[in-house]
Ligand binder design. Structure first.
Ligand code: ATP
Length: 328
C-alpha cells in the first residue's frame, strides 16, 4: 500500500528549457485541484540541500505559462552526488513535510532522482525538460519544439545574407549527441546538407554534395551541423576544409549557442507541459514512483526512469530519407 501524499515538491534541474515554467504551473495547479500542498524547490537539488522551499498555490504560478527559463531557477549540484548531500536534502524535505517529488530536467537529473528514491522513502516522477530531445520514452521533450521554431527563424534570416552574398554558411545547432534538432531544422530551413552524429557523411561526400549543388545552379548554401557531429573536430575545422578544397564559395560559420535555449515556449510546448504536469502529479497520487512521463503516439505515458536514462532516443529514419530527397 502506497503512503498518502499530502505535499509534493517540484524542482527544475540541469539545463533550462522553454516550457519548464509551464510545467511548474501544471504541477502546482494539479496539486491545488486535488487539494494537496505544493512547494517549489529553488535551484534544483542544490536548493533541496540548502532547504530553500517556496510554498506555491494556484495563484502563485499566474502569468508564467508564456515565460522562458524557470522561475524556480536551476542548477547542477555537485553536493547532491554525495551521500552526505542527499541525506541533508532528505532531512530538509522531511522537515518541510514533502512526501513526493516531481523533477523537471534531463537524464542527469533523473539519475539523481533514482539514486535518491532508492536511498530514501521518497516517490519521484520525472518530466523531461531539455531542448535536445535526447530522452527515451517520449517523442518530444519540453522545450524541443520551441527550440526548433527558434532555430528555423534564425536559419531564414541567415539565408537572406547567404543568398545576397552568394555564401556558404555552416550553422551549428545544439542537440548534444543526437541530431533531432539538426535534422528537423535542416528540412524545415531548406538546408543543402545536414550533418548529424547518427550518420557519418564524411568530408568527401560533403564536398561532392556541395559541388553538386553549385553545379545545379545554386549560388548560396546552408549546411546544418549538429554540435555532436563527428565529421570534423568542430564546425570551424569544416569551414577550413571546404575553404581549402572549394574556391567557388565564400564560407562563413554561425554557432547559434544558448539563444536556442531561451524564449517564450511554443503552443506545443505549453500544451505538452500542461499535460505532463497533470500526469506526473496524478501518477504520484496513484502510488506510482520512479517513472518519467512522456508523449507516445499523442498519449501521455509512463516509462521507468532507468529505461528513460539508458534507452536511446532514435532519429526518425523516414525524415532522414525526406531530407536526402529534398537536398537533391
Ligand atoms: P541537461 O540535459 O541540461 O544536461 P541534466 O538533468 O542531464 O540536464 P545534469 O547536470 O547531468 O543535467 O544533472 C543535473 C543534476 O542531477 C546534477 O547536477 C546532479 O546534482 C544530479 N545528478 C546527476 N547524476 C547524478 C548521480 N549519479 N547521483 C546523484 N545525483 C546526480
Amino acid at each position: 500500500m502506497s503512503k498518502t501524499i499530502k505535499k509534493i515538491g517540484v524542482l527544475t534541474s540541469g539545463g533550462d528549457s522553454p516550457g519548464m515554467n509551464a510545467g511548474i504551473r501544471a504541477v502546482v495547479r494539479t496539486c491545488a485541484f486535488h487539494n494537496i500542498e505544493c512547494v517549489g524547490i529553488v535551484q534544483g537539488y542544490q536548493g533541496m540541500i540548502r532547504g530553500e522551499f517556496i510554498p506555491m498555490d494556484a495563484r502563485s504560478v499566474k502569468g508564467i505559462i508564456n515565460k522562458g527559463g524557470t522561475i524556480l531557477k536551476t542548477a547542477r549540484s555537485k553536493d547532491f552526488r554525495t551521500p552526505e548531500g542527499r541525506k541533508k536534502a532528505y532531512d530538509n524535505l522531511k522537515k518541510e513535510g514533502v512526501d513526493a517529488l516531481v523533477v523537471i530536467g534531463g537524464d542527469g537529473s533523473f539519475t539523481g532522482a533514482m539514486v535518491f528514491s532508492s536511498e530514501f522513502d521518497m516517490p519521484v516522477m520525472g518530466i523531461p525538460g531539455t531542448i535536445d530531445n535526447d530522452i527515451f520514452g517520449t517523442t518530444h521533450t519540453l522545450g524541443y519544439d520551441t527550440a526548433l521554431n527558434t532555430v528555423v527563424e534564425v536559419i531564414d534570416k541567415i539565408r537572406d545574407t547567404a543568398s545576397s552574398h552568394d555564401r556558404l554558411f555552416f550553422i551549428e545547432v545544439m542537440g548534444r549527441d543526437v541530431g533531432h534538432i539538426a535534422l528537423n531544422v535542416g528540412v524545415a530551413g531548406g538546408a543543402e546538407e545536414i550533418l548529424i552524429p547518427e550518420e557519418n557523411l564524411g568530408l568527401d561526400r560533403l564536398l561532392e554534395s556541395l559541388h553538386r549543388s553549385k553545379n545545379s545552379g545554386k549560388s548560396s548554401s546552408i549546411v546544418i551541423v549538429a554540435e555532436g557531429d563527428k565529421i570534423g573536430k568542430n564546425v570551424f575545422e569544416l569551414k577550413d576544409y571546404v575553404d581549402e578544397h572549394m574556391s567557388e564559395y565564400e564560407v562563413r560559420v554561425s554557432v547559434l549557442g544558448h539563444m536556442q535555449r531561451g524564449g517564450s515556449p511554443s503552443c506545443f510546448d505549453r500544451v505538452l507541459a500542461s499535460r505532463m504536469g497533470v500526469k506526473a502529479v496524478e501518477s504520484l497520487l496513484e502510488g506510482k514512483s520512479n517513472y518519467m512521463v512522456g508523449l507516445l503516439n499523442d498519449v501521455m505515458s509512463l516509462t521507468p526512469l532507468d529505461q528513460a536514462i539508458k534507452g536511446q532516443s532514435k532519429i526518425n529514419l523516414e525524415l532522414l530519407r525526406v531530407s536526402d530527397i529534398m537536398t537533391t
